[in-house]
Write a protein that binds this ligand. Sequence first.
Ligand code: HEC
Length: 110
Amino acid sequence: MKSSLRPLAVLLSGLALTAFGADAAANWESQCAKCHGADGKGDTKMGRKLGIADLTDAKVQAKFTDEQAVKSMKEGVKDKDGKLSMKPIEGLSEAEMKALVPVVRAFARK
Ligand code: HEC
């Protein structure tokens, strides 16, 4: 782990996200939370602007498979006008993207 991420991982270890690798939790915070929110609800400035769905809602979670979630991270998500609303995630390996799927899924199980 990059040493710059260590304080964040330590901070997160006290939270429910401990069940996953600290790296996946840290990646959610650094790569995803600015749009989807730390809690997955999408209640962020970017999230409201982009109309992000609430990942704590089981109906929202049912709309995509684990494979699609990884594909969305790799290739991005297009809105109904074909415009990229979620850009492809840069700087994460495929394994790191796969490790984020359980983080995404856990939002709905609370
Ligand atoms: C630039 C803002 C932004 C960032 C950063 C972002 N997303 Fe998204 N994400 C979106 C938008 C917009 C959508 C499409 C609307 C929706 O389904 O909520 C979306 C949809 C999704 C979906 C649903 C996929 C589908 O196929 O329907 C998943 C899963 C997801 N994001 C996971 C992530 C993960 C994991 C990260 C971090 C690696 C991330 N997102 C980072 C904006 C973002």
